[in-house]
Design a binder for this molecule. Structure first.
Ligand SMILES: C[S@@+](CC[C@H](N)C(=O)[O-])C[C@H]1O[C@@H](n2cnc3c(N)ncnc32)[C@H](O)[C@@H]1O
Length: 278
């Protein structure tokens, strides 16, 4: 029978007190997190009509001016506790697959969050499931620096030990080798990519193909968004065709309703590698 990995994690001794404090803070802050969504915010956040939320310069400025260093974690759409059951379901599925396939001790789960911004979602996820190596990436250097400073205690010792690493990069050109991750997820990042004024769909397809490249066989890509199925599914179907053509890999596409918050309905889109028939 599959046993869930132990929740114990070893931190360098000098950091134990600070890490425990951080975990306590994280546990108590879930309800006080501020949330934003595109429908109510994109107009309010735009400084001028030429702002384009798919651009790096937009987000660099956003984190420099709208979210000064040291402010509360800022989550788009909804806080961690809403995404948690969906993330845990896939984490447990992927952990079971890893355990099934390994003869000895299974390797730790490799996870990536695309466009982490200054959300504490991955940090809270790590507190609940500290057996993963999470890479959080974003092209806004300011956001990455804030997160590196804040979560220095979660820095993994090696690429194969548990922890969280923050990296500055564009999600259309990920600095990772092929088939690296078991799970990739994002909240609001493909939405930002789809705000590109011209060729938004082909840009999103390019990003999703890049995610497929770094996903392992049977890996899964989870997208939390406010975009409705009648709009998002056609983009994902295009990406699926492109992935099959360029990488000869088959993905299934499905979605779930996550719920209604502040009068807006949110969705989870799931792209799962099914080459192995899972
Ligand atoms: C709507 S915010 C969501 C932030 C965070 N995921 C959350 O839920 O609060 C979108 C984030 O994606 C990042 N982003 C947008 N396009 C990107 C790209 N092409 N490469 C890397 N990061 C990107 C932005 O810098 C921003 O932090």
């Amino acid at each position: 029978m599959f046993m869930l990995p132990t929740k114990r994690i070893i931190f360098p001794f000098r950091d134990i007190y600070r890490t425990n404090k951080l975990i306590q803070n994280l546990r108590s802050c879930t309800t006080s997190v501020h949330c934003r969504n595109f429908r109510t915010s994109s107009a309010a956040l735009k400084d001028d009509t030429t702002s384009d939320m798919s651009r790096q310069s937009y987000w660099e400025k956003y984190y420099r001016t709208k979210q000064p260093e040291g402010s509360e974690p800022y989550d788009w759409f909804f806080p961690y506790k809403v995404a948690k059951p969906y993330l845990l379901q896939h984490i447990h599925q992927q952990s079971a697959l890893l355990a099934e396939r390994s003869t000895g001790k299974p390797p730790i789960l490799q996870v990536m969050e695309l466009g982490c911004g200054t959300s504490d979602l991955s940090a809270q996820l790590f507190v609940d499931e500290p057996h993963m190596h999470i890479h959080c990436v974003d092209f806004a250097e300011e956001a990455i620096q804030i997160m590196r400073d804040k979560y220095i205690h979660f820095l993994p010792e090696t690429e194969h030990s548990p922890g969280i690493q923050f990296r500055h990069c564009n999600v259309s050109n990920l600095p990772f080798t092929d088939s690296r991750f078991n799970i990739c997820f994002e909240k609001g990042t493909i939405d930002a990519v789809l705000k590109q004024k011209k060729h938004a769909t082909s840009y999103a397809v390019e990003v999703i193909c890049e995610v497929a490249r770094v996903l392992k066989e049977d890996g899964v890509f989870l997208q939390f968004t406010e975009e409705r199925p009648e709009l998002r599914l056609s983009v994902l179907e295009k990406a699926k065709v492109e992935i099959l053509k360029s990488r000869n890999r088959n993905f299934s596409v499905s979605f779930k309703e996550v719920g209604d918050f502040s009068g807006i309905e949110f969705f989870l889109y799931i792209m799962q590698d099914i080459n192995n028939g899972s």
